[in-house]
Design a protein around this ligand. Structure first.
Ligand code: ASP
Ligand code: MG
Length: 422
């Protein structure tokens, strides 16, 4: 017997037929003797609709009361939690729904982006034991204990709800049922030879998720890492009756590195075309210049990613290059132009037709020259590198967007990701 959290995203609960399919997955685990808590998202598109209504209600004033926004957007998950409980009962599975305030899921009061502070899992555990009751929990929502008001965790937050519930009930595993059957070495639409990974370490998944792999909310991976919750990403479209209850279903386990025996040097390659490059030419090479550039950008809530600064040859001026999200490109140029007096530079250059390629793997910690191999392979294909950043388990390269596919495929082969693991 195991204790499981099963999380189903919006596409998996998009209509009554799919909710019935979800219920059959739940029943499959219950029949196999497991204790189950289910966490659900809103029906796909439902949250978008609720957000749109909030916007429409305040068309003259773009800022609305985030506490009321949370009341509105939390309602999507209330519907699916109740519907799944009804469907399970209809299949003679003992189940009840739980809203965030009922459990309760205590959060900070950062409405629309609240953080989970605490979940008490003991009542759920008691009910597993005494009533064999399945808990169906509305994801995405919580309550701020002091004000008693409903909160939500930010878009995609039901992943985080699921991992937090898994930690609270000390689950053996948190299964994330979604519309893909796992985490891949790269995006299969760009790299046809991308493969599903059997296992990936929390840290690697954290990098992938931060780089825009849309499998899971970044914070849910962070939480899994902190509480050591094993997370299994699998497809919700497999037919429940086709799954061998004692077999190894297809999917990717996100776990601690100790659990990964066959560690490859590189695990995955991510890329993003939503980057823009800005170069500030001939800035003074003296203390305070970086602050004069980056503090106004931070104040404008612009996320700076790669930063490259040269050492000046003459001790006087140098160039400083950095990247920002493409959506913030114009605004960034304006912020820098406005701060020209404080910064002191000759010219501003920029480009939006750039892409960031990132190579990730915890094996890099113990292997030298991993990035150097990439530089050579890309040079052989005449791909110019505009900027480079490295960390312990990742390096990122900024290149011309036109070379994205070529570069990603080249690196995918270079690090043997085309081949199945032995
Ligand atoms: N329903 C929420 C959203 O669409 C939360 C989630 O699905 O994870 O963002
Ligand atoms: Mg989601």
């Amino acid at each position: 017997m195991a204790r499981l959290v099963m999380k189903f995203g919006g596409t998996s609960v998009a209509d009554i037929d799919r909710i019935r399919n979800v219920a059959r997955h739940v029943k499959r685990e219950v029949d196999a003797g497991h204790e189950v808590a289910v966490v659900v998202s809103a029906m796909s598109g439902a949250t978008d609709q609720l957000v749109a209504w909030c916007r429409a209600a305040t068309k003259d004033r773009p800022l609305f009361d985030a506490r009321e926004y949370d009341v509105v957007v939390a309602s999507g998950e209330q519907v699916t939690a109740g519907l799944l409980a009804i469907t399970l009962q209809d299949m003679d599975v003992n189940a009840r729904s739980w809203l965030g305030w009922q459990l309760p899921v205590a959060t900070s009061n950062a409405h629309a982006a609240a953080r989970i502070l605490d979940i008490d899992g003991e009542e759920l555990i008691r009910r597993f034991k005494e009533r064999k009751e399945v808990a169906v929990i509305a994801g995405f929502q919580g309550i701020h204990p002091e004000t008693g008001r409903i909160t939500t965790l930010g878009r995609g937050g039901s992943d985080t709800s699921a991992v937090a519930v898994a930690a609270a009930i000390r689950a053996d595993r948190c299964d994330i049922y979604t519309d893909v059957d796992g985490v891949y070495t790269s995006d299969p639409r760009v790299v046809p030879r991308a493969r599903r990974l059997d296992k990936i370490a929390f840290e690697e998944m954290l990098e992938l998720a931060s780089l825009g792999a849309k499998v899971m909310q970044v914070r849910s991976v962070e939480l899994g890492m902190v509480h050591d919750v094993r997370i299994f990403v699998r497809s919700s479209f497999d037919r429940p009756e086709d799954i061998d209850p004692h077999g190894n279903p297809p999917g990717t386990l996100i776990c601690s590195e100790e659990e990964i025996v066959e560690q490859q040097v590189v695990t995955g390659i991510a890329f993003s075309r939503d980057e823009a490059q800005i170069s500030v030419r001939e800035v003074q090479d003296k203390p305070g210049v970086a602050a004069a550039i980056f503090i106004p950008l931070a104040d404008a809530n612009i996320n700076v990613d790669m930063i490259v600064q040269n050492v000046s040859a003459d001790g006087k001026t140098t160039d400083l290059t950095f990247t920002v999200p493409a959506a913030d490109y114009q605004r960034s140029l304006e912020v820098i132009a406005k701060a020209k007096g404080a910064i002191g530079y000759s010219r501003l250059d920029g480009a939006t037709d750039v892409a960031k390629i990132s190579v990730i793997g915890i094996g890099m910690r113990s292997h030298a020259g991993v990035a150097a191999q990439a530089f050579r392979a890309l040079a052989e294909r005449a791909v110019n590198i505009r900027a480079i950043t490295t960390s312990e388990i990742k390096f990122s390269l900024l290149i011309d967007a036109a070379f994205t596919e070529l570069a990603v495929r080249t690196l995918h082969s270079l690090y043997d990701l085309d081949k199945a693991t032995p």
